[in-house]
Design a protein. Structure first.
Length: 86
């Protein structure tokens, strides 16, 4: 019986998949617990600075959204990035 090998998936590779598929993502910000940012990744660099298009702020408690358009998020502000299921 062959042992199953596990592949290591780098964070940059995951971002690249989101970019290729034009997936809508939700970004959790460092020390901001009441709001998330959603958008589509338009570009990123090795520091995980990310350009989002069609971005909007989503407030957790009220569910209210505020349109932002195209934004740049610095990598040191980002806590988590996840795909948004639609």
């Amino acid at each position: 019986m062959k042992p199953k090998s596990k592949a290591v998936l780098l964070p940059i590779a995951v971002l690249y998949v989101f970019l290729q598929k034009k997936s809508r993502v939700c970004v959790w910000l460092y020390e901001v617990t009441n709001m998330r940012i959603e958008g589509r990744i338009d570009g990123f660099d090795e520091y995980m600075n990310i350009v989002l298009v069609d971005a909007c702020e989503v407030y957790i408690k009220s569910g209210a959204k505020k349109q932002l358009g195209r934004i740049l998020l610095k990598g040191d502000c980002i806590t988590l990035i996840q795909s948004v299921d639609q």
